[in-house]
Design a protein around this ligand. Structure first.
Ligand SMILES: Nc1ncnc2c1ncn2[C@@H]1O[C@H](COP(=O)(O)OP(=O)(O)OP(=O)(O)O)[C@@H](O)[C@H]1O
Ligand SMILES: [Mg+2]
Length: 278
């Protein structure tokens, strides 16, 4: 792909490329509707919001963010946040290009800001307050970012949209109130109903054997009823591994054994209590 550059206030910025994922959102239309609503602009004086998708690891946060952007026909830039993400990683990084020459590389987030695309700030809960602080003006009525490194102030394209995903696990920074208030609304992705969960498994494993998918759906539904943390991602892994085990099984089909081993080796002994009876 060709390198895309833009010039802002005499500074040349090299833009990132959008992400392409082969995912489709199945069921769970209410959270999709809420996310699209948060991004909607209903009046010339209105502004889009910066929603936060929250939920357990593997419930579909990143998938929903991506799929919603694609429903709007927008390019998507996924920016993975970590504990080491610094403000310059979020905005512009200088890269040495030759003697006394710097190249300014725009982050995926800034590339979306400039191009009017959707930025998914993934796992934003892992990022420090310092890094979030550098985004404060982007997340309120000002809608601009400043790169200290490149010495430019960049106004967001009117079509720019942002969503951040956050796990509700323990590995998070506590965000200060002023950041918290800029990342609203908070859209909670919960476990799907049985029907939808089956459809999600099927969407992700279109070659999946019917009986195995049904088994795994039963397993997940029982685990959800007991408020376990197991999600559809675990279910996909279980079904996938069970089918592989079956593929290498000798003699008669050891389907139930394959599922047993797969659940055990995916989630451990504690999960066996939800093993559906044949
Ligand atoms: N409604 C859905 N439609 C289609 N696929 C789904 C849906 N929900 C979950 N999935 C699938 O479940 C898996 C996990 O989803 P995803 O990676 O989006 O979860 P996550 O919440 O972002 O997890 P993490 O917190 O670990 O980043 C993916 O394979 C995704 O395709
Ligand atoms: Mg994710």
């Amino acid at each position: 792909m060709a390198v895309v550059t833009v010039e802002i206030d005499g500074v040349t910025l090299h833009l990132a490329h959008p992400d392409e994922l082969a995912v489709r959102w199945v069921g769970q239309e209410e959270v999709m509707r809420q996310l699209l609503a948060a991004w909607l602009v209903v009046d010339p004086q209105d502004l889009p919001m910066n929603p936060r998708l929250i939920g357990k690891p593997g419930v579909g946060k990143t998938t929903l963010a991506y799929a919603a952007a694609k429903r709007l026909g927008r390019d998507v830039y996924i920016m993975q946040a970590t504990v080491d993400t610094r403000p310059e990683d979020l905005i512009v990084q200088p890269v040495i290009e030759g003697p006394a020459k710097l190249r300014y590389v725009a982050s995926p987030l800034l590339s979306a800001v400039i191009r009017g695309a959707v930025a998914v700030l993934d796992e934003g809960n892992r990022m420090s307050e310092k890094s979030w602080a550098s985004l404060a003006p982007l997340l309120d009525t000002r809608r601009y970012v400043e790169s200290v490194v490149a010495g430019v102030k960049i106004k967001a394209h009117p079509q720019f949209r942002l969503v951040t995903t956050m796990n509700d696990d323990a590995s998070t920074f506590d965000l200060p109130e002023y950041i918290h208030s800029r990342l609203q609304p908070q859209i909670l992705i919960d476990f799907p109903e049985r029907d939808e969960e089956y459809q999600i498994l099927k969407e992700n494993l279109p070659f999946g054997e019917e009986r195995i998918l049904q088994y795994v759906t039963d397993f997940l539904q029982q685990a959800h009823a007991a408020d376990e943390r197991y999600t559809v991602r675990d279910g996909i892994n279980i079904a996938r591994f069970a089918m592989k085990l079956k593929g290498l099984a000798t003699g008669q089909s050891h389907e139930s054994e394959a599922l047993h081993v797969s659940i055990l080796e995916t989630l451990g002994e504690e999960a066996m209590r939800y093993f559906p009876r044949a």
